[in-house]
Design a protein around this ligand. Structure first.
Ligand SMILES: [Zn+2]
Length: 1000
């Protein structure tokens, strides 16, 4: 027969676009519209509805950037619409392609109950089904003029209300009452599903042609001038092809309703509070109509916001949680970055997330939902397991620039050997629409074919898109058992994981971190946000430690409420666009302010506890919050005026060179202010390779391909400017050389300090940073032959190659470390330690005498211009240090030391440590009182060297019972710890142990 396939397809396109879709709302009348523009930040409903409203007309401009306008909509259903389904259709100026990233709204009833969100692809409000005819209609609509921050990469002032200007961004396009023609709506869904499916099938496949001819027969009976009365007959022509069942081997898809709502990103936190309300209002509304629909919501923080700001919607959510349709998931407080949060913070993400779900909904979540963070720490499997969770889901690794990850379902093994059953949805998105293209991609892409049959597809518009729509649910129903399509079931994440693990119990194993080969600039962008996180984590540790010590001694109460609130604030700011530095200026301005408040409050808590502990007096008492004894002060204790160290540092200056010598290290600084020799006097060894200079500041061009704040690309290394010219090099005192440099629009002042008795050289840095699209590195060439580096992560460390043998090795050209990074050869190593830097790189180069040396660089600052055009401009202060002759254990100790400096208060006496540890290789990470307020003491420790360890923990007060618990301080099933606290405690490599000590 003649091939008219393309003509038939083109005919369908036109009729669907121009006639069928517009006929869904064939009859409409305008609503009466009045408006009040709120002058500043969002206001409560009760306040908004009492303001003066004036008439508004369609076409009118509204919405200065970040403004809120309230609309008062009223009308009457025409009597002749009796029996029809009547809806309000609202378009406040939507740009359909930018769904989720522009204006949106929430509708309320006259008495203030939220009805439903209004989003570009979900712009209707329920009025009556069926209508009586003649009834009055009334809505309040709170519309947010969120600006479109687009295109990615173009600097814009719109990212902060302080710079965004006041010109209106949007125009009212439609505010109507309309009749929804259900039969036409169903016909649209039928035609779209079949049309999309047809295009996923090869032209050689009979099924493609069967669908096409069925569609053609439907068009033949459809009257383009009267779609409404011919829709049912057209649908009847499609029933046969829609009823053809799926092939026996069809891929099986668990479709999980979801809305990926970034807790802040191209909008501030306060807007996320409203985005959550709009989306959950939509989702719960859809649940009423679609009992089979399941929706998974991660980020306990967002539900906590809903509870606080929209209790009526929250009650709806609770009802659907109880019914199993609304599924809290993820088990964390937010979806955090997992590269940078410290161990204890990572644990608390789960503690606060899971506890919220347990207390609010009476459920224990067991699946970890993290589709969008920028790489996954190798510490996570153990943390997940110790939180009581079992499954892990992400898809971000599909964004890898270089290598394709080989598995979609696998065991993920962490640094300690814990394995977690993990799934990467092969659909490669967390905002699916359930289109045939997406479903077919999931099936084609799924790497486990022949062993497994299932994958998960998260569907729903994310961010400000409003979540899943009734159209998506319609697609899920039609593809449940449809020839040519994967089989789609609406399920929960746990239903998916249980089925996937049951059918595929022995999937492959991936060992170590899930490194994202992209977004490596997020270890460095927005340095002040990162510093705030690092500082807050250590202040929280000290606040818990000293408050617990004071409380157990009966000297003060334990600030449970304050610590709970402060922890949650720190956890929120670890969200995967805040801590990584990828948000608009507004978000980072608020993050810096938050960290200042958190810091002040924690300093006060620490001060009060230490004062209570030291008693009244005028003698200096030195507190040591580090887990290692130092300067004569025991770990977690305090000593009255510890004896002064007898050692000194001697400075000699000759021929423009400065030599500092403390008997352990001898440091030579040349007239350029660079280190020309770093001699380890104990080992009798020079740390720098021949001819190399240390602490060399280097500047690179840094304009990535598309994601400015996110990415540093490998080509940045092609050019470099060494900052060797110094304005000033001078001795500060016997222990320090001061170096001042000016370059570009920037100025840096560094103090190289060798303290008496110190085994490390500290470098204090002040930068007034005025560069654009540059990255600043500090380089330490080190004369060790290392083919890998060790970097601190949560509760341990991870090794990464220092070479570029394979594409996997080469892709790790920028890496994340917490407080330290270590390189070494047998018998000798060097640590580079920092107090707020995360980005590093490690390279190797030949040395003049033969062999290779290793260069460790810290990534100090970047200057991307999107989404914050002023990223990192201005003043920065931070410290880093180089510690020669350091084994891994020394690196761990120096990392704590630099981040937990001793504190001195005036008092009467020293303080005995509340807990102390005897033995090597184990670090106490947290000392606190139990969150259940029982007064029990909780101690968390971990093995830090990657080996076996045996230690004894002792406590300053009598202990009746010691119980091993999970991270949530619940007894661990099969807990095997000895009841007597002084008994030996054995740990396997990198094991985390939480002990609850019931006091006697
Ligand atoms: Zn995200």
């Amino acid at each position: 027969m003649h091939d008219d396939r393309q003509l038939a397809e083109a005919r369908l396109d036109r009729v669907l676009r121009e006639r069928v879709r517009p006929a869904v709302y064939g009859r409409a009348v305008p609503l009466d519209v009045q408006v009040w523009h709120a002058p500043g930040e969002p206001v409560p409903f009760e306040y908004a509805v009492r303001q003066d409203y004036r008439p508004a007309r369609i076409g009118e401009a509204w919405g200065p950037p970040w403004g809120t306008s309230w609309f008062r909509l009223s009308g009457r259903v025409p009597p002749e619409w009796a029996g029809e389904t009547v809806e309000a259709v609202i378009d406040i100026g939507f740009v359909i392609e930018r769904t989720g990233f522009l204006c949106e709204a929430l509708a309320y009833t006259a008495d203030g109950r939220p009805v439903k969100g209004i989003n570009p692809r979900n712009a209707w409000l329920p009025v009556a089904a069926p209508a009586a005819g003649g009834e009055d209609v009334f809505f309040w609509v709170e519309a947010a003029a969120n600006p479109i921050i687009h295109p990615i990469g173009v600097p814009t002032p719109l990212g902060d209300k302080e710079t965004a200007g006041t010109a209106p961004l949007y125009r009212l396009l439609r505010m109507d009452l309309a009749v929804l023609d259900r039969e036409v709506w169903e016909l649209v869904q039928d035609m779209e599903v079949l049309d999309q499916l047809m295009h996923q099938l090869g032209a050689h496949e009979p099924r493609r042609h069967e669908i096409l001819r069925a569609l053609e027969r439907a068009l033949d009976v459809l009257d383009p001038l009267d779609v409404g009365s011919t829709a049912a007959e057209a649908r009847a022509r499609l029933a046969g092809v829609l009823a053809a069942p799926a092939q026996a081997s069809a891929h099986r898809i668990s479709a999980v309703g979801h809305a990926h709502i970034d807790s802040a990103w191209l909008w501030p936190l306060r807007e996320t509070v409203r985005k959550v309300a709009r989306t959950t209002a939509n989702v719960t509304h859809l649940m009423d109509a679609e009992p089979g629909f399941r929706f998974a919501m991660s980020q306990a923080q967002q539900l906590a916001w809903l509870k606080e700001h929209h209790p009526a919607v929250y009650e709806r959510v609770k009802r659907f949680v109880a019914g199993g349709q609304f599924v809290p998931t993820g088990g964390m407080w937010v979806e955090p970055d997992t590269n940078m949060p410290g161990g204890e913070a990572m644990a608390r993400q789960f503690v606060h997330g899971k506890r919220f779900y347990a207390e609010e909904f009476g459920i224990e979540t067991v699946d970890v939902w993290l589709p969008d963070s920028f790489g996954y720490s190798a510490a996570l499997p153990q943390i997940i397991k110790l939180s009581g969770s079992r499954w892990f889901l992400t898809q971000k690794i599909s964004w890898n620039q270089t290598n394709r990850f080989p598995h979609h379902t696998f065991w993920w093994e962490g640094i300690d050997g814990t394995r977690i059953f993990t799934h990467f949805p092969p659909v490669d998105t967390y905002n699916a629409e359930l289109s045939a293209e997406e479903l077919a991609h999931a099936s084609r892409n799924y790497a486990e074919k022949g062993r497994g049959t299932r994958s998960l597809v998260p569907f729903g518009w994310g961010d400000g898109g409003g979540g899943p729509t009734r159209e998506m649910v319609a697609r899920a129903r039609r593809t449940a058992d449809l020839e040519g399509s994967p089989q789609v079931r609406m399920e929960t994440p746990v239903e998916f994981f249980e089925a996937a693990a049951a059918e595929y119990p022995d999937p492959p194993v991936w060992v170590g971190e899930l490194y994202l080969e992209l977004h490596r600039g997020t270890y460095t962008s927005q340095a002040r946000t990162k510093q705030g996180n690092r500082r807050s984590e250590h202040l929280l540790r000290e606040a818990e430690l000293w408050s617990a010590t004071a409380a157990v001694a009966g000297l003060a109460g334990y600030p449970y409420d304050e610590l709970d609130r402060l922890w949650k604030r720190v956890l929120l700011n670890q969200f995967h666009d805040i801590l990584p530095g990828s948000s608009i200026a507004w978000v980072h301005r608020e993050a810096e302010a938050a960290y200042a408040e958190i810091g002040a409050e924690l300093e006060e808590i620490i001060q009060q506890a230490q004062q209570a502990l030291a008693g009244r007096g005028e003698r200096p008492v030195v507190f040591n919050g580090s887990p290692y004894a130092r300067g004569g002060v025991p770990a977690f204790g305090a000593t009255r005026a510890p004896e002064a160290d007898a050692s000194t540092t001697v400075m000699t200056i000759a021929d423009g060179e400065f030599v500092m010598d403390n008997g352990l290290l001898r440091v030579t600084v040349d007239g350029d202010g660079l280190i020309t020799s770093l001699r380890d006097l104990t080992a009798g060894r020079e740390v720098l390779p021949p001819g190399a200079r240390g602490n060399l500041l280097q500047l690179h061009k840094d304009l990535p391909i598309s994601w400015d704040a996110w990415d540093v690309e490998g080509y940045y290394r092609n050019t470099v400017t060494d900052l060797v010219a110094a304005e000033e090099v001078a001795a500060d005192d016997a222990t320090a050389v001061r170096v001042v440099r000016a370059f570009g629009s920037s100025r840096v002042r560094q103090t190289l300090r060798l303290l008496p008795g110190a085994r490390r050289l500290d470098i204090e840095t002040e930068v007034d940073w005025g560069e654009r699209e540059r990255i600043l590195k500090a380089a330490f060439p080190i004369d060790v032959r290392a083919d890998r580096s060790a970097a601190e992560i949560q509760y341990g460390h991870v090794y990464r190659p220092a070479h570029a043998n394979t594409s996997w090795d080469a892709a790790k050209f920028e890496i994340c470390a917490h407080r330290w990074l270590h390189v070494g050869e047998p018998g000798y190593g060097v640590a580079v330690v920092n107090d707020s830097t995360y980005g590093h790189d490690v390279t190797r180069r030949p040395t003049p005498g033969g062999g290779t040396a290793t260069t460790v660089r810290l990534s100090l600052l970047r200057a991307p211009r999107f989404p914050d055009p002023q990223t990192d401009q201005g003043m920065h202060r931070f410290r880093y240090a180089i510690a020669p002759g350091a084994a891994i254990g020394d690196a761990v100790r120096e990392g704590y030391d630099l981040n937990l400096p001793p504190r001195t208060v005036r008092g009467a006496h020293g303080v005995r440590p509340l807990v102390s540890l005897e033995g090597e290789g184990v670090v106490v990470e947290a000392v606190k009182l139990a969150d259940d307020r029982s007064g029990d003491l909780v101690v968390r420790l971990y093995e830090c060297l990657g080996g076996r360890a045996s230690v004894r923990l002792s406590c300053a007060v009598p202990v009746a019972e010691t119980i091993e618990t999970d991270l949530l301080e619940r007894p661990l099933a099969g807990g095997r710890r000895p009841a007597a606290p002084d008994d030996e405690l054995r740990l396997r490599p990198f094991e985390i142990v939480t002990l609850r000590l019931r006091r006697g």
